[in-house]
Design a protein around this ligand. Structure first.
Ligand code: PLP
Length: 398
């Protein structure tokens, strides 16, 4: 709960309430001095001390800032976590988990993780003598076979990007723990409204706040949530030592976003399901990747571990590459852009855009074809979204 003393305990204060209530209230009591309902933006770098070392919970804003504290408490509450740390971006939070490792350590991860995750693994941390194995995480036998004595971290993503593959979180976490490794999961696509991996045994949840939690395509941020006090302490150390912390206005924007997360997610899911079903019946569409479709190979696991199937989907058109490029350039309501999770619908081609950092051969091996189209379904009227896709496909395919 909101605590101007900087005491970050008591995060479970709203635990008895449902997520629709916690998203609005957790970490956000009215300001005790003024009664201001909304968390003030503490645009402030340093804090008065009453005597050397005798401060009121805050000394310097890289180390801690009251607006950030409220956000961290809110996010921890949403994930059902004891502890939360906010970062300047999703990549900064992923980097912080990697900061736990030492040269010679090994990481098991998926062959279709987020492009930026693949990039930091292979183009930054391999140079520091960390080793990474990229496996098909939907196959728990293959996942377990990749573990070595020096494996310290299992990095999961589910649903994956952009093929919406589903990983059994409880099964994967159990394998990680059998091998004395930490199980961390990027929960950006599902959000805590749809999936709470800490309940399934994961040790750490990572978020890009830039996506659904912010929800309005107006801020970049990241977070790490955990129930493990030792991990949280190390995350806090790296937060301060490395310094990739968010500014107070960014924290305020995300706090404003999380208030409406449940209602936004309901509409994202409803619209995505309708579009997935429409695409599935479309004669020019070869394949639809949406875990809410019964034909999706991960449907049953998704139905088990998620409360709904999310707002992201991908599809392949029975069309030439130029026609695919024309479809994504021709839509009017869907904007051609990277990123996802905002109220507005976005469309993109992963191969030359979000996933361009992954070598083509590796991409194809992971099943990510050049012609794949990914959409982040927004919360506009679904009939306008379907009409827009229909018009673009008709124009491009003639
Ligand atoms: C966007 C994204 C990230 C990176 O987050 P930034 O806020 O862009 O740094 C990490 N993981 C997933 C799944 C993402 O979609």
């Amino acid at each position: 709960m909101h605590d101007r003393d900087g005491d970050v305990d008591g995060r479970g204060g709203h635990r008895d309430y449902r997520i629709e209530t916690r998203s609005i209230h957790a970490g956000q009591d009215a300001d005790p001095e003024t009664g201001a309902l909304m968390t003030p933006v503490y645009a402030n770098s340093t804090y008065e001390q009453d005597a050397p070392g005798d401060h009121r919970g805050y000394e310097y804003s890289r180390t801690g800032n009251p607006t950030r504290t409220d956000l961290e408490e809110n996010l921890a509450s949403l994930e059902g976590a004891e502890y939360g740390r906010a970062f300047a971006s999703g990549m900064a939070s992923i980097n912080t988990v990697l900061n736990l490792l030492e040269a010679g350590d090994h990481v098991v991860t998926g062959n279709d993780v987020y492009g930026g995750t693949h990039r930091i693994f292979t183009q930054v941390y391999e140079d520091y003598d960390l080793e990474f194995s990229f496996v098909d995480m939907t196959d728990l036998d293959e996942l377990e076979a990749a573990f070595r004595p020096e494996t310290e971290l299992l990095w999961l993503e589910t649903p994956t990007n952009p093929l919406m593959s589903i990983v059994d979180v409880a099964g994967a976490a159990e394998i990680a723990h059998d091998h004395d490794a930490i199980c961390a999961i990027d929960n950006t696509f599902a959000t805590p409204y749809l999936q709470r991996p800490l309940e399934s045994g994961a040790d750490v949840v990572s978020h890009s706040l830039t996506k659904y939690l912010g929800g309005h395509s107006d801020v970049v941020g990241g977070a790490l949530l955990t129930n493990d006090p030792d991990l949280d302490e190390r995350f806090g150390f790296y937060q301060n030592a490395v310094g990739a912390t968010p500014g107070p206005f960014d924290c305020f924007l995300v706090l404003r976003g999380t208030k409406t997360l449940p209602v936004r997610m309901d509409r994202h899911c409803e619209n995505a399901r309708a579009i997935a079903e429409w695409l599935d019946d479309h004669p020019d569409v070869d394949r639809v990747y949406y875990p809410g479709l019964e034909s999706h190979p991960g449907h049953e696991v998704a139905a088990e571990q998620m409360d709904d199937f999310g707002g992201m989907l991908s599809f392949e058109l029975d069309a030439a590459l130029e026609q695919v490029a024309e479809v994504v350039s021709t839509t009017e309501v869907f904007t051609l852009a990277e990123s996802l999770g905002g109220v507005e619908s976005l469309i993109e081609q992963p191969a030359p855009m979000t996933h361009a950092a992954i070598p083509r051969e590796e991409r194809l091996e992971a099943g990510l074809s050049d012609s794949l189209i990914r959409v982040s379904v927004g919360i506009e009227h679904v009939d306008d979204l379907i009409a827009d896709l229909e018009r673009a496909i008709e124009t491009a395919l003639g």
